[in-house]
Design a protein around this ligand. Sequence first.
Ligand SMILES: [Zn+2]
Length: 231
Amino acid sequence: MNPKWVLEEITHFFYPNCCVICKSKLLYNEQDVCLQCLYNLPKTNNYKETNNLGEILLAGRFPFQRVASFAFFTKDGLLQTLIHELKYNHKPRIGNLLGAIYGIDLQGSSFLKPIDVIVPVPLHPKKKITRGYNQAEAFAKGLSQSTSIPVSVDELVRLINNPTQTKRSKTQRWENVKGIFGVKDAEIFQNKHVLLVDDVITTGSTLEACANALLECKNIQISIATIGKAL
Ligand SMILES: [Zn+2]
């Protein structure tokens, strides 16, 4: 018997590595979430559809090319558990995993083809230090791994550390984020098609504020991809 395998079995017995959704014991090639739960996520596949719910939500608010989300986000749904673990339980690798899976879905699509660079919605540096990572950046890096499109994490910046959006109305959310983002060097995204990415699209206020900052760059085109689309 392979001693390494025996050691792993013993470790598993005392410290079972369980799926964050269904709590079943994970297989060796699984991390954080089992394949069955990943398979059961309510994927939107809305990158194939123009005029989808995300695009309807943002229509008329700023110029964009496309909007797509990996899966539907509902209260107590499968994706909510994953997003919670990603944001509040020190598991950026869930963001990497979902990004990598979504990137595979998007490969070869007309949604992905024109994209030059992936830009995550930034956290304020203070918040990034407290959390230890930016969950949108983790998703962006996963997307980049499976699509080979580069990520830019330093150019779009959050200038003000605003309070959480969770309990705010749509108008309050917009007032809360207006003018809090900026682009360090407007030439960097000039003539580029940027894929702006975030964890969940709810009212779209944060994405709208980021897009307004990005639009300082001449001849920029913006598409959006999120892990979840709130219903
Ligand atoms: Zn599971």
